[in-house]
Design a protein around this ligand. Structure first.
Ligand code: TMP
Length: 245
């Protein structure tokens, strides 16, 4: 197979092989989808923005002892990452009720949760990424019991770290989705991306339920100014990183 051949194309990224089997290249696309790709569009500049935000956040987390797949950025929309086998689970952490939690439980949007909620969804587009119980997750052998323990612990730790970081950006971390992978040494690494595509972020300066939205909900709900919100998140992230040097 030739160097840099495509091995996988997802909704937001393309993964390429490199000359080193331990390293892959992730190319972030401007394409945006929602509701299991029933809604499709593009967000101008999203590839560069999400790659930059994710890279900064992975570096922040690495500095705090969280192992991630991040290596470096050969181009603004490209990330070199450690090759991992992605576990087919989407790990969602919620601090405030929004999205599917409101739809499925009747909790009112904006309800502050007494403690963070960690949920597992089956990463399976054909099934529509259903919510899993721990027992179903183990039944389907999507991860081992030890991995579930480690992931839960890591997800809560990441929530603390990201929550604090976004606070310094004047953004409230409402909820977010993580993916984990296992490398050739069986190490569990935080993988995929952390960006306005995968987090709900509310501007602390606004109480207006539409204006405060700084993430992909602007695209999902046709709120407008999607690019501006993504760009604003990037600028705040860069400033927060700069300020703590
Ligand atoms: P939800 O409320 O729709 O379940 O979403 C919870 C969080 O997960 C939210 O921050 C958006 C993120 N998310 C993804 O990153 N990918 C997805 O496919 C979905 C459904 C949600």
């Amino acid at each position: 197979m030739s160097v840099n051949s495509k091995i996988y194309e997802g909704k937001a990224k393309i993964l390429y092989k490199t000359e080193n089997p331990e390293i892959l290249l992730a190319d972030f696309k401007d394409d945006a989808t929602a509701f299991n790709a029933q809604k499709r569009g593009t967000i101008a500049g999203k590839g560069n923005i999400n790659c930059s935000i994710s890279s900064k956040l992975f570096q922040e987390l690495e500095a705090q002892g969280i192992k991630t797949h991040f290596i470096d950025n050969p181009a603004p929309n490209q990330m070199r990452v450690r090759a991992v086998k992605i576990l087919p689970i989407e790990v969602v952490v919620r601090n405030i009720a929004a999205g599917s939690l409101c739809k499925q439980t009747g909790l009112e949007l904006g309800t502050i949760l007494g403690q963070p909620l960690v949920e597992f969804y089956y990463k399976n587009d054909e099934l529509g990424d259903p919510l899993l119980t721990r027992d179903r997750l183990l039944l389907l052998e999507l991860a081992t019991a030890e991995q579930v323990e480690s992931i839960t612990h890591l997800a809560l730790q990441i929530n603390e770290l990201l929550g604090g970081f976004f606070q310094r950006c004047d953004l409230t971390l409402v909820d977010f989705k993580l993916e984990f992978g296992v490398d050739s040494q069986q190490q569990l690494l935080l993988a995929d991306e952390i960006s306005p595509d995968t987090c709900r972020l509310w501007d602390m300066a606004s109480t207006d339920t539409n204006r405060r939205v700084m993430d992909k909900d602007r695209f999902r709900q046709d709120l407008g100014n999607v690019e501006d919100a993504y760009q604003e998140v990037l600028q705040r992230v860069l400033k927060a990183v700069e300020n703590q040097k």
